[in-house]
Design a binder for this molecule. Structure first.
Ligand code: FAD
Length: 294
């Protein structure tokens, strides 16, 4: 594994380097995906550009009335421990807390999790629920891309060869919202998701009628996805156990899982139903102001 290592000290410097080297320069954040791929020779890189010297990219910033911004170097540990994330987006904190183990959480970034574009990326479902916006930068300027348009296929995103993910913006949510992310693995740590399910329920007035409902699935399709038909079943309705069952059935139909070493396709479909039911109940209870441990 031999490559030239670039160590920019500022974002403009990094963008100039990316412009010069383009696709040849692989961006290194925490390295927990990239270095494994390079070591296993699944990826070749002539040049690796580490972002570690750009301190400005390591932050979590909350702005009242706007939302929360994560810098590209915000780690899973810092996001999981952030009081503002835990309060406003507990599902994202839960997802980051369930990534592998403390060591990987300390190194791995939420930005790297998204740019790696694994269907099993734990941070993706909560950010899909929250309509996150990704700010992509290049020497040509910045563009804002909805997370819904970011993933193209396994390990493929809309990032251009000269672009770097600079920030992730999570718009503030008004009103009562409850959300959770549940992950199924063969064990509780050091495990890639067999299935990941995030559900967010928004209440407006009634304690039982969802004004809006969001369901996002991981590890069950080529990219993380929203289960929009299932969301439609719960939206605007009084949420009963029967309706949750129905939505969970439909969510499973929206997935297209494969069978792999972690689990069969049929098993994954079953587990979507189970996790969807549990997550919907927990999200509703949280929206109602109840304390729910998942
Ligand atoms: C033992 C182990 C266990 C793991 N368990 C889990 C798990 O449970 N759940 C899970 O979701 N993941 C898991 N992972 C994968 C990995 O830890 C996460 O995806 C992590 O968030 C990646 O972040 P990183 O900062 O290390 O990314 P890196 O490895 O640095 O980069 C990943 C990819 O994104 C690109 N990239 C990174 N940052 C940027 C940027 N700012 N702009 C443009 N491109 C960028 C890189 O070029 C590379 O292609 C595991 C990995 C290991 C080694």
């Amino acid at each position: 594994m031999r490559f030239e290592l670039l160590l920019p000290r500022s974002l403009p410097e990094a963008l100039e380097m990316k412009k010069t080297h383009g696709e040849k320069a692989k961006v290194l954040a925490g390295g927990t995906d990239l270095l494994v791929l390079l070591k296993d020779r699944k990826l070749k890189a002539e040049v690796v550009m580490s972002l570690s010297g750009i301190r400005d990219l390591n932050f979590i910033r909350a702005e009242k009335g706007r939302g929360v911004t994560l810098g590209a170097l915000a780690t899973h540990s810092s996001v999981a421990a952030s009081p503002v994330i835990r309060r406003q987006f507990p599902d994202l904190a839960e997802a980051c807390f369930q990534v592998s183990c403390v060591q990987i959480q300390n190194l791995g970034t939420v930005g790297g999790n998204l740019c790696n574009a694994s269907p099993a990326a734990d941070a993706a479902p909560p950010l899909l629920l929250a309509d996150a916006i990704l700010i992509l930068a290049s020497t040509r300027g910045e563009r804002r891309v909805s997370i819904h348009d970011f993933f193209l296929a396994p390990r493929q995103t809309v990032l251009q060869p000269d672009e770097i993910l600079k920030e992730i913006f999570i718009p503030e949510v008004s009103g009562r919202r409850g959300a959770t992310y549940l992950k199924l693995g063969r064990r509780r740590a050091m495990e890639i998701a067999i299935v990941g399910v995030g559900v967010a329920v928004h209440l407006n007035g009634s304690d039982q009628v969802a004004s809006k409902c969001r369901i996002a699935l991981g590890s069950v399709a080529p990219t993380p996805l929203r289960a929009r038909k299932a969301e439609g079943i719960l939206t605007g309705q009084e949420i009963t156990d029967q309706l949750i069952e129905e939505a969970a059935e439909v969510a499973a139909k929206e997935a297209s899982p494969i069978s792999d070493i972690r689990g069969g396709a049929e098993y994954r479909l079953d587990m979507i139903r189970v996790l969807c039911r549990r997550a919907a109940r927990a999200a509703l209870a949280r929206a109602q102001g109840k304390q729910v441990e998942v």
